[in-house]
Design a protein around this ligand. Structure first.
Ligand SMILES: Nc1ncnc2c1ncn2[C@@H]1O[C@H](COP(=O)(O)OP(=O)(O)O)[C@@H](O)[C@H]1O
Ligand SMILES: [Mg+2]
Length: 264
């Protein structure tokens, strides 16, 4: 396996994840190319979130290697992986509810920039300057996700859809080069979903590579360059959206079941 091909930003090779006797992910191999939006789909329990957790260092896989730009991520802590530019959002919210939207993003920027301790102790003028720059950047990030008018509000007072956008803003504050989004539009209404698709297009325009887990097939088929379908921990298809949509095994394991359910 080559991990140094420049277009292969993330290379996952033979990933296996077990929880006790349960195999959540089995010999999963795939890559994410630089600049693409790759979606991971599949039924509940297929292993999508587990794969995310392994890539971002939240669980230790039982087998396989994960390499980002040729750097082995296995064994690194989530903060070290984030420092390499691999950043995620959580399916369950990671927002500080008692803080304002602005402070949530500012905190994210602080965690990413890690000011030099000496400068803080002596309160050098450069700290004040940096603080001003960070505040400006926090405002820019909020505007980027369409929350510019919400900065002063407590996160706890934001409606659900805006809270999900704040999660993305916090992830952007960590300066991702590869952004992993776990079901970003779940619970959003159709108009919120439509604006999220526009934000995703803008994220791509920033040259950020995206790995997306999502059940909203309209969104997946609309934004993805490539789609991988997982079923019971194994990849059953990997290809462009049109090919995945008409793949017999994908329809049998996932899409067919969803359309049948939708008609119930
Ligand atoms: N921390 C855990 N402990 C035990 N089992 C888990 C844990 N996390 C996930 N699983 C199991 O692993 C399988 C894959 O789950 P998950 O990765 O969350 O799937 P998906 O995100 O595709 O819905 C499921 O059977 C789930 O119950
Ligand atoms: Mg999941």
């Amino acid at each position: 396996m080559s991990t140094s091909q420049p277009d292969r930003e993330l290379v996952v090779d033979g990933l296996s994840i077990r929880f006790g006797g349960l195999t959540a992910v089995e010999s999963m191999s795939f890559h994410v190319a630089k600049g693409e939006i790759l979606s991971l789909i599949g039924p509940n329990g297929a292993g999508k979130t587990s794969a995310f957790n392994a890539i971002t260092g939240y669980i230790e896989p039982n087998g396989g290697t994960i390499a980002y730009r040729g750097i082995r991520l296995n064994g690194l802590k989530p903060s070290q992986i984030a420092a390499h530019g691999v950043v995620r959002t959580f399916q369950k919210t990671s927002v500080f509810m008692g803080q304002t939207a602005f402070d949530n993003v500012l905190l994210g920027l602080h965690l990413a920039s890690r000011q030099r301790p000496l400068a803080i102790i002596f309160a050098l003028p450069s700290v004040a300057r940096e603080e001003k720059e960070l505040a400006e950047e926090a405002r820019r990030i909020l505007a980027f996700v369409g929350l510019e008018a919400r900065g002063a509000l407590l996160a706890s007072s934001l409606p659900y859809g805006e809270l999900r956008l704040l999660e993305v803003a916090i992830a952007l504050a960590a300066k991702p080069r590869l952004l992993l989004l776990d079901e970003p539009v779940s619970g959003m209404n159709p108009s919120e979903t439509a604006s999220f698709m526009q934000i995703l297009a803008r994220i791509r325009a920033l040259d950020i590579t995206v790995l997306l887990v999502e059940h909203d097939m309209k969104m997946v088929m609309g934004v993805s360059d490539r789609v991988i379908c997982l079923n019971q921990g194994r990849i059953i298809a990997d290809g462009p959206p049109a090919a995945i949509q008409s793949d017999r095994e994908v329809i049998r394991a996932y899409l067919g079941e969803r359309y049948t359910r939708a008609q119930d």
